[in-house]
Design a protein around this ligand. Structure first.
Ligand code: RFL
Ligand code: PHB
Length: 386
């Protein structure tokens, strides 16, 4: 079998790229290791930048997002027992949209303009340093081969694409944080109509949502914590303790239907192109979720990559392809910096000590008293321009 572009991974990066290319008339096959039900069952991101919304529009997959997504003009930083609002719209003229990654994935799956093959085992990108790359995979016990012009590795942090690159051709940068996030999803109304990021002596907490009737909450936990040790009651008690009193009293609790622990990490692989193999999204970089940037970075990579491939097929030009890695990485590193700084400002570090604590207090105090500082935070949160 032959196609123009093989995409490995049907997460948001792979599906969005497939959809944009298919709409541009570029033949694409997406190979996904998991089943579509499994991909849809993963609960992850919730906040979209306007750039990501525009791309979903371009992909023809945004009509439900426009109906059901929640526009947010600001969020709250809670510390010292009080709320301090960051007026995103007032400071930047821009807003974010709260809409679950699960829903983005479902909308892209339903658009179905690209061919997707689920439960493809042992996917392997091959010969991408030459002119004739191909990808092999197994399905129902049979080995298949797809010849192509390009391979897009959109297979997440644990995928095969980055691992297929020779060690001496890639440089990796990493920071692992000494804590995780315990997240819970419940059908209860959100405690506030905007997100609350709380810095508290007991640890960070985040109040987010999926809709007016579905809440997503997180508390900072240790790396040794196990989900089984966290009953719903224990979670709700801990969350309440970390919020300002008015929110703690207003918190509506109920049975959870999803609870999981995610470790926090910053990671970047450079470059993002190796001959005819590209990396995009979590396959190339990971950010801690504190800045709400992971999914949005996957979208901006896909923007640069889909532009480059369209340019190649319509104008026979390699310019966009040659520029892809540098363009994407320039935006990636700014989001890595922002996510690291939000994480550092809001969490309790086991070895942070009294000095670390005073620095956090000074930074938060500066933020709420300086319009310049608040604007810098807001412009990163709503997303830097593509
Ligand atoms: P994904 O979503 O990991 O998808 C990769 C896909 O590739 C498949 N795969 C393979 N397929 C074939 N062969 C192989 N060998 C394969 N290996 C893997 C996988 O099965 C999967 O389907 O990566 P992608 O598409 O780059 O998307 C990235 C985002 O999922 C991620 O950055 C965000 O979820 C991060 N994130 C957030 N991002 C935001 O922008 N805003 C947020 O508010 C936000 N909150 C979060 C988050 C991530 C979290 N966790 C759990 C990591 C909150 C959390 C808790
Ligand atoms: C979420 O709703 O899951 C969410 C929101 C904001 C973040 C991280 C996660 O910074």
């Amino acid at each position: 079998m032959r196609t123009q572009v093989v995409i490995i991974g049907a997460g948001p990066a792979g599906l969005l790229l497939g959809q944009l290319l298919a709409r541009a008339g570029i033949e694409t096959v997406i190979l996904e290791r998991a089943s579509s039900e499994y991909v849809l069952g993963r609960v992850r991101a919730g906040v979209l930048e306007q750039g990501a919304v525009r791309l979903l529009d371009e992909a023809g997959a945004a009509s439900r997002l426009h109906r059901e997504g929640l526009p947010h003009d600001g969020f709250s930083l809670a510390f010292d027992g009080r709320d301090h609002r960051i007026d995103l719209f007032g400071l930047t003229g821009s807003r974010v949209t709260v809409y679950g990654q699960t829903e983005v994935t479902r909308d892209l799956m339903e658009a179905r303009d690209a061919i997707s093959i689920y439960e493809a085992a042992n996917v392997q990108p091959q010969d991408f340093d030459g002119e004739n790359p191909f990808v092999t995979y197994e399905k129902d016990g049979v080995t298949h081969r797809i010849d192509c012009d390009f391979i897009a590795g959109c297979d997440g942090f644990h995928g095969v694409s980055r691992k297929s690159v020779p060690q001496d051709a890639i440089r990796e940068f990493e920071r692992v944080y000494p804590f995780g996030w315990l997240g819970l999803l419940a059908d209860v109304p959100p405690v506030s109509h905007e997100l609350i990021y709380a810095n508290h002596p007991r640890g960070f907490a985040l109040c987010s949502m999926r809709s007016a009737t579905r809440s997503r909450y997180y508390v900072q936990c240790t790396l040794e914590d196990r989900v089984e040790a966290w009953s719903d009651d224990r979670f709700w008690d801990e969350l309440r303790r970390r919020l300002p009193v008015a929110h703690a009293e207003a918190l509506v609790t109920g049975p959870s239907f999803e609870k999981s622990i995610a470790p926090l990490r910053s990671f970047v692989a450079e470059p993002m192109r190796f001959g005819r193999l590209f990396l995009a999204g979590d396959a190339a970089h990971i950010v801690p979720p504190t800045g709400a940037k992971g999914l949005n970075l996957a979208a901006s990579d896909v923007h640069y990559l889909s532009d480059a491939l369209r340019e190649f097929y319509t104008e026979k030009s390699m310019a966009g392809i040659d520029a892809y890695s540098a363009r994407a990485l320039a935006r990636v590193w700014k989001a890595v910096r922002f996510s690291w700084s939000m994480t550092t400002m809001l969490h309790r570090f086991p070895d942070g000590g009294a000095f670390g604590q005073r620095i956090q207090e000074a930074e938060l105090d500066y933020l709420i008293h300086s319009r310049a500082a608040a604007t810098a935070l807001a412009e990163n949160y709503v997303g830097l321009p593509y």
